[in-house]
Design a binder for this molecule. Structure first.
Ligand code: AMP
Length: 364
């Protein structure tokens, strides 16, 4: 891989940020970019997606269409991602032509659960115990070692609990392996957590850091349902969670926005579950309750601009609107404490993220 192309100076207003992925994260990033006088060009695989609806330009092509990616790279000033699962060759193709932030090594680490956990453990960050799984025999052996219950996950492309199977006993190995769908897996020891939290951190190209307050995330059927800001944890735990995120971002030489999901165990330890090298659902509350939102911070970091203050001016609760939940939009608009965000998706399929609501609470 040749030396990465870097930006020589902060991108001035009128510059174009290229965003790979056209979902709601791309949409809210493009809106934040527009507020800073920047243009956005979305590269996505489908027509009429949430991001393309609000971007200046959209390219619709496959993530492995190198010709289209080359034209996209030539048309923008910097490239970033709202979706990290794009082929490695595609990222390399982009990086040969334009500044790509975050760097491809960070993306690669976050694309694969074992690479990610190996990296975290190597830099002294604790995770749940885990084993690499390549078939039912390895699974039965690992289940024996880690004990049950344990959680089998696909190494790549799993999200919102997809490709995830709870193993209740070692006898389930064959069934669990075929339910996961084969490929490459990881078995994780089951964490009896007190709560799940996340920390979102921005790191600028000059190494400046801005960290949002840790929040609590409550999942239903593996999908984020609610985020409580701030997380009801003690000050020391909050500091520790932020310093873990800081350490990870430094060690990755990360430029952009990084979300770190963690378990708080019953005995007070913090175990990192997952990293996301982009804006994150658990940071949507920052739009309405912080001086700088995660999306603005993301744009600032990627474009080489000074980071904004991540200070929380209000407590907040964010709830995702999944599927038909979106039909309550009118009621939500009548609630003076509620801020409604809809993503412009036409079809409300069950479990689909259609929008979110943030309730602003007075700071305690
Ligand atoms: P993930 O796709 O890794 O973010 O997992 C989705 C959700 O499944 C998490 O937010 C947890 O609620 C649950 N989960 C994942 N891994 C474990 C684990 N090792 N132990 C207990 N619960 C887990």
């Amino acid at each position: 891989m040749p030396d990465p192309i870097d930006l020589k100076a902060p991108l001035p207003p009128g510059s174009t940020i290229g965003i790979i992925g056209g979902g709601q994260l791309g949409r809210m990033s493009a809106l934040a970019a527009a507020r800073l006088g920047l243009r956005s060009h979305i590269f996505c695989q489908q027509q009429d997606n949430p991001g393309a609806q609000v971007a200046d330009v959209a390219t619709v092509a496959a993530f492995d269409d190198l010709d289209a990616l080359g034209r996209f790279a030539d048309a923008v000033d910097v490239v970033t991602f709202e979706f990290e699962n794009i082929p490695h060759q595609s990222v390399q193709h982009l990086a040969e032509r334009v500044c790509v932030r975050p760097n491809w090594e960070s993306l690669h680490t976050c694309q694969h659960r074992i690479v990610e956990k190996d990296f975290l453990n190597a830099i002294g960050v604790a995770t749940a115990p885990y084993r690499r799984i390549d078939g039912p025999r390895a699974l039965a052996k690992a289940a024996d070692e880690l004990g049950c219950p344990s959680v089998l996950k696909t190494c790549m492309l799993g999200y919102d609990g997809k490709g995830q199977v709870l193993l209740r006993n070692g006898q389930d190995a064959e069934a669990a392996w075929s339910k996961m769908g084969g490929g490459e897996g990881v078995l994780e020891g089951f964490v009896a957590f007190e709560r799940e939290i996340s920390v979102i951190i921005a790191r600028g190209s000059d190494g400046a850091i801005a960290t949002f307050d840790p929040v609590e995330n409550i999942h239903t059927h593996h999908i984020l349902d609610r985020t409580i800001a701030p997380a009801p944890i003690n000050k020391n735990q909050a500091k520790e969670a932020q310093s873990i995120a800081h350490h990870i971002a430094e060690k990755m030489n990360f430029v952009g926005l990084l979300a770190v999901e963690m378990f708080v165990t019953e005995d007070g330890r913090l175990l990192v579950n997952e990293l996301a090298p982009r804006p994150h659902n658990s940071g949507h509350w920052t739009i309405d309750a912080c001086i700088t939102s995660q999306f603005e911070q993301f744009v600032r970091a990627v474009c080489g601009l000074p980071l904004g203050s991540p200070m929380r001016h209000s407590d907040a609760e964010m709830r995702n609107l999944l599927g038909d939940d979106v039909n309550g939009w009118l009621e939500t608009l009548k609630d003076p404490a509620a801020k409604l965000h809809l993503y412009g998706k036409a079809e409300a399929r069950p479990g689909r993220k259609m929008g979110h609501v943030t309730w602003i609470k007075r700071r305690g």
